[in-house]
Design a protein around this ligand. Structure first.
Ligand SMILES: [Zn+2]
Length: 497
């Protein structure tokens, strides 16, 4: 049975969507911030993030290839960095009564001629698992990752400095700091905090971990890859935007079969992969926890406002970029995409290529302000904006917490196409381990709109009929718990029954 809508709601929906307003600029109602999550992200510490990045830089050169060197000064190289990350996750876990399991995903990557790994090379990913408290949902996981390896101008140089402060100690710091603040909370589903190696040689570490996740049957709902999230600050640089972080997501899933591709083309579903729905869900979460900078009079005893103003929340927002990654560049999220998982990349608004993959040096050239002078090359801590990294960490932590707290994504989401009419009928099944009180929301947008504009609650029903032509809009369906934590939306596939 289809759950009938109240007639007034039906009329309103029909009026909204049968006219030109299917393209309405409306945005979804913002879910209330969860006070426990808000408090956790308020605990994100720029000082700790600074110290993490400084510590990672102190290992000198974190090239994954240095794992095979026997002549490194003590306390330098990629293995020393891996050991420190393992110890740091272990220390964080100890502070929450050993709430996390800290692991190494260790392998020998075979050497291959004419690649960036010429000889057999030890490669280890370090990760900490904050196990979900609900036995019915413990296998559902959300994951945050950054790569702890670095490089300089020469892929095979393992001895000269490769500080890698922005690329990608910043992303590892996001993973570590997310673990620090979220390990104090309990979630029904599992959160995995990761630092991978081998990114600079061809995403080798993340590929190994994504395959492990597939082999071990992880129900991996969301992967957040933070790579180059330092908010590069270079004197004279005018293109940087410290209020924005880019979220890259693929449109058509990487492992699509020819039949699936034909279906995507038929439906016009080129912008509705699970990764793209994850990106939209990140945008929704950001609305709950980040607002434009707002200043209010500071409250004082007696109710009289003074002239002093307080800043409530830092202005910060994700900008969704509808492509897999930047031109000519790749990242660890694509390893997870290749295994069929929803995965996106967080990256600063504007990169400075003088401060990535560069052997530290001074060279004459044209400066950011157009004058000539000595250019400082090298990925140093001094170019990283710690407050910016902290904002990226706050957004990551809010997303991880929200998705781990929400019920899983609804299953078997279908749009029923038997009737040739101008309505839309959707049906679905509850997610695995759905807790009591799970409800569902239909979201939709015009076919030419990038993000969801409309929402209709379906309550606890498992089908709904809407007076909206399925030909004119794109639908998604998401789960919500009683507190308002939402899963990412699921694109409904047609079912002709
Ligand atoms: Zn990187």
């Amino acid at each position: 049975m289809t759950r009938p809508l109240p007639s007034a709601a039906w009329f309103l929906l029909a009026a909204l969507t049968h006219g030109s307003s299917a393209r309405s600029q409306q945005t979804l109602p913002v879910a209330p911030a969860d006070p426990a999550i808000a408090s956790a992200i308020a605990g994100i510490s720029p000082r700790r993030i600074h110290d993490d990045i400084a510590k990672l830089v102190s290992f000198g050169n974190r090239s994954t290839l240095s794992s095979m060197d026997t002549d490194l000064p003590p306390g330098t190289g990629v293995t020393a960095a891996a050991d420190w990350i393992f110890a740091e996750f272990t220390r964080i876990s100890a502070e929450c009564g050993n709430c996390m399991e800290v692991r190494r995903d260790d392998e020998i990557e075979p050497g291959t001629p004419k690649t960036r790994i010429l000889k057999d090379t030890r490669l280890q990913n370090i990760y900490a698992v904050l196990k979900g408290m609900d036995p019915a949902q413990v296998n559902r996981r959300v994951l945050v990752t950054g790569h702890y390896d670095s490089r300089n101008s020469d892929n095979f140089n393992t001895h000269d400095p490769a500080p890698g402060a922005n690329d990608d100690a910043s992303g590892v710091a996001v993973s570590l700091e997310s673990a620090r603040v979220l390990s104090r909370l309990k979630f029904p589903a599992t959160i995995v905090f990761v630092a991978v190696a081998g990114e600079e040689q061809g995403l080798n570490g993340s590929r190994h971990l994504a395959k492990l996740a597939r082999a071990e049957g992880w129900d991996l709902e969301a992967v957040l890859n933070d790579d180059i999230v330092g908010g590069d600050t270079t004197p004279g640089q005018t293109g940087q935007d410290k209020s924005a972080v880019r979220i890259f997501s693929e449109g058509v899933p990487a492992p699509t079969t020819p039949e699936q591709l034909r279906m995507i083309q038929t439906l016009g579903a080129e912008s509705d992969s699970p990764s793209r729905e994850l990106a939209r869900a990140i945008l929704d979460v950001s609305h709950s926890y980040f607002h434009a900078t707002e200043e209010r009079p500071a409250p004082v005893a007696g109710g009289h406002a003074r002239s002093q103003m307080i800043r409530l929340v830092p202005a910060f927002h994700p900008v969704l970029i509808f492509r897999r990654d930047r031109f000519l560049r790749g990242g660890d999220h694509t390893s997870f995409n290749a295994e069929g998982f929803a995965a996106v990349r967080f990256t600063e608004w504007q990169e400075n290529f003088d401060h990535q993959h560069q052997t530290p040096r001074l060279e004459a050239g044209t400066l950011q302000n157009g004058t000539t002078g000595q250019i400082q090359y090298g990925d140093f801590l001094q170019y990283v904006d710690i407050e910016y990294v902290a904002n990226v960490a706050r957004l990551n932590a809010a997303c991880l917490a929200t998705f781990a707290a929400a019920p899983g994504e609804p299953a078997e989401v279908h749009i029923l196409t038997k009737a040739l009419d101008n309505n839309t009928e959707l049906s679905w099944r509850p997610p695995a381990g759905a807790p009591a009180g799970t409800t569902y929301e239909v979201v939709w947008r015009g076919t030419d709109a990038p993000t969801w504009t409309n929402l209709q609650s379906a309550g606890a029903a498992l089908e709904i009929k809407l007076p909206i032509s399925k030909d004119n809009v794109v639908f998604g369906l998401r789960s919500s718990d009683a507190a308002g934590h939402k899963s990412p939306a699921v694109y409904p596939m047609p079912q002709n029954r």
